[in-house]
Design a protein around this ligand. Structure first.
Ligand code: MLT
Length: 264
């Protein structure tokens, strides 16, 4: 499905019935990231799963920033006439969830922060993003997959779950160059969300793969310490895309969280 929002056609799935959950993919992913969660939740929740601008079936369109991605999601909710939602964001999706919370918190019933972190890019991380930008402009999606896949999935998945690794590789390979470059700029410029943590007063689940090399468990512990009443779940044998690498374990903790706080 597509929603025309400020001249941009945002692609999204809207499936299932029950309390609404918006799933926000990471970088450089698309909405297929969440296929295992939608399959598991479809009987319990209304799953709204957009492609962010510049990814999947949503065309690249500047400007790019965490605030802009968050505003796109808010406009999508307005379009769908949905008031409050649970927001589930993985990695960059988590950075966007923080921006959404700052700008539209009245719409947030709960948060699921997966394999993400509150801190901004270090100077070293910004340099790496600039380098990736140059490589992607020159060589496209293959270069993205080559550069990012090793950090994106955990050692256990690399050794024991080649299918999951292949699904992620394909997603990285098809990421459109303009969307990737725009998102890299947005990632570099994103603010530190650490001061936001203490303002979060809705039920929050933090999930992270034990082998996550990009946003490691220590970052999740910092978020857990900063968000009063939050829960932390560390999934053994999973890396950065823990929702694909250990889909059933991920779905289990999400299901438990949603039920325990009566969000589904
Ligand atoms: C992501 O998965 O969204 C990215 O790895 C986030 C990042 O590079 O900071």
């Amino acid at each position: 499905m597509f929603a025309l929002i400020d001249g941009l056609e945002i692609a999204y799935d809207d499936v299932g019935s029950g309390p609404p959950i918006v799933f926000i993919h990471g970088f450089p992913h698309d909405r297929t990231l969440w296929t295992p969660q939608v399959g598991a939740l479809v009987d319990h929740a209304r799953c709204i799963v957009p492609d962010l601008r510049g990814f999947g079936e949503t065309a690249p369109a500047p400007p790019y920033s965490m605030d802009q991605y968050a505003d796109d999601l808010e406009a999508l909710l307005a379009h769908l006439r949905i008031d409050r939602v649970v927001l589930a964001g993985l990695s960059m999706g988590g950075y966007i969830a923080f921006a959404f919370w700052r700008r539209h918190r009245a719409r947030v019933r709960g948060l699921i922060l997966a394999d993400t972190k509150a801190s901004a890019d270090t100077a070293e991380a910004k340099t790496k993003r600039q380098e990736l930008m140059a490589v992607v402009r020159e060589r496209g999606g293959d270069a993205v997959a080559e550069a990012m896949l090793p950090g994106m999935i955990g050692k256990t998945t690399r050794e024991k779950n080649p299918l999951a690794a292949e699904i992620v590789r394909e997603m990285l390979r098809r990421a459109p160059v303009d969307g990737v470059v725009g998102a890299l700029q947005a990632l570099m410029e994103r603010p530190d969300s650490t001061p936001t943590l203490a303002t979060i007063d809705v039920p929050t689940l933090i999930v992270v793969g034990e082998e996550d090399a990009l946003t490691p468990p220590k970052e999740s512990r910092l978020m857990h310490d900063g968000i009063a009443g939050s829960r932390l779940e560390i999934l053994a044998g999973a890396g950065h895309v823990s929702n694909i690498e250990r889909a059933s374990a991920f779905n289990h903790v999400v299901g438990e969280f949603l039920a325990s706080v009566e969000l589904v």
